[in-house]
Design a protein around this ligand. Structure first.
Ligand code: HAM
Length: 419
């Protein structure tokens, strides 16, 4: 490979045609499950006012503290490449008065996101998410539907070995009382905790559940669990979500230590993990965020959603074979070096395309032999050869069979023969 003077920035990657072919099934599966379940597409800008994420995702999160690509525009306004899609969609919901539409509003999206993380397998600085949001309902039915949708999308793509972890964060009040209790527990064991955990006791004590050092693990094993503190309505909501998943035959594991890296979650949170992904084992996750829209200036509006990483989904597939190149139905070749037959060939190629048949022709002015070789290389099914004397031959590339046909009727004949 020639060494290029310029390379894609660290943590980013090119999606080359073979990669694009490998991703296509994920994109198709997402489009299919969204379509069948009435999730309409939404596209928001790649950057937003920084304040949207600072408020929406939360000042104390790693995403806001360390991982945002933030820059000033020419007027000195602070903008940020979107690290996630939920806050922007809630911004759009409020901005466009979507609360006046039939509720809930169900939206699906796919696009690039940006986080300044340490790159490793499955973790990039520009990555892609497919996600869904159900806005305007606090029913456990919506939580269950969101989870089912992600499970169905992963099944449709053919990802195996995924496990669902489920938790609940309760209401902000329950959570805040619990966090005080957790802080007290951590302070009582401060001597056993490493510096980076001690420093987060005030701002984000929940992250201690994520720490992987032995000291913190021992301390966290005895820590109070939020799930044991859920009050009546929250506990009932969580029980209903579990019942709905049981009825739908969706296996899950209750994980009292489940934490997510975004502050807007309330009640249900979930995470789909796939062991074959290694360290970055979460393929997708989400939860309920009943306070976010109000926090962004909209009416009180409960909502739930998820996002899955496109790259991680493809990695989890671990496709052994490369996705095949689907060659054009027809290749139009010419047995003459002069320009006149090539013009006819270009006209015929266009006619094929307009009639709905993928068609290609030689753009390098090769010899006939070179054209046939090229047609074979790109996987053309048939070749129409415009001969020097005005005759036309139809060549089946699979069998090598060749026979004369009438140019006027070439298209008709090909479509009749199903080529
Ligand atoms: P998240 O868990 O931060 O949630 O990201 C969702 C998914 O995006 C992850 O499970 C992972 O597959 C993928 N992902 C995250 N960061 C990276 C990265 N650096 N490189 C590659 N893939 C990555 C959210 O973003 C929420 N907005 C999900 C949500 C929607 N919650 C409610 N609605």
């Amino acid at each position: 490979m020639a060494k290029s003077r310029y390379q894609a920035p660290r943590g980013t990657f090119d999606i080359l045609p073979a990669d694009a072919r490998a991703r296509a099934p994920v994109e198709r599966a997402a489009a299919k499950v969204f379509n069948h379940a009435g999730y309409e597409p939404i596209v928001t800008p790649a950057f937003e006012d920084t304040e949207l994420f600072a408020r929406g995702v939360g000042h104390s999160t790693d995403i806001v503290r360390k991982e945002m690509f933030t820059f000033e525009d020419k007027s000195g306004r602070s903008l940020t490449l979107r690290p996630e899609g939920t806050a922007p969609i809630c911004r759009a919901y409020v901005e466009h008065g979507m609360h006046k539409l039939a509720q809930p509003v169900k939206l699906g999206y796919l696009g690039p996101f940006f986080r300044h993380e340490r790159p490793q397998a499955g973790r990039y600085r520009q990555f892609h998410q497919v996600g869904a949001e159900v806005i305007g309902t606090d029913s456990p039915l919506a939580d269950a539907e969101a989870i089912m949708l992600l499970a169905d999308m992963l099944a449709e793509v053919g990802v195996e070995g995924v496990e669902l972890r489920l938790g609940s964060l309760g209401s902000p009040e329950t959570r805040s009382a619990y966090l005080d209790e957790l802080r007290a527990h951590l302070r009582a064991h401060e001597g056993e905790l490493p510096k980076q955990v001690r420093e987060r006791i005030d701002a984000n004590p929940l992250r201690a559940f994520d720490a992987d050092d032995e000291g913190t693990r021992v301390v966290m094993a005895d820590a109070p669990k939020l799930l044991d503190r859920l009050d009546g309505a929250d506990a009932e909501h969580f029980a209903e979500v579990r019942d709905l998943l049981d009825v739908a035959d969706i296996a899950y594991e209750i994980d009292p230590t489940l934490v997510r890296g975004l502050d807007y979650y309330t009640r249900t949170i979930f995470s789909f993990v796939c062991e074959r992904l290694g360290a970055q084992s979460e393929i997708g996750g989400g939860g309920r965020y009943d306070g976010l829209i109000e926090q962004l200036g909209g009416p009180p509006t409960p909502a739930v959603g998820w996002a899955a990483g496109v790259e991680r989904t493809v990695l989890a597939l671990d496709a052994e074979e490369e996705a095949p190149v689907l060659g054009p139905a027809a290749f139009i070749a010419v047995d003459q070096s002069g320009p006149s037959r090539r013009m006819v060939a270009q006209g015929l190629t266009r006619e094929f395309r307009r009639a709905g048949f993928p068609a290609e022709m030689d753009l390098l002015e090769r010899s006939l032999k070179g054209q046939l070789k090229h047609a074979d290389r790109i996987g053309a099914h048939i070749v129409v050869i415009l001969e020097a004397d005005g005759g036309v031959q139809l060549r089946n590339m699979e069998t090598g069979e060749q026979r004369p046909i009438d140019l006027e009727r070439a298209l008709d004949e090909i479509s009749r023969n199903g080529n």
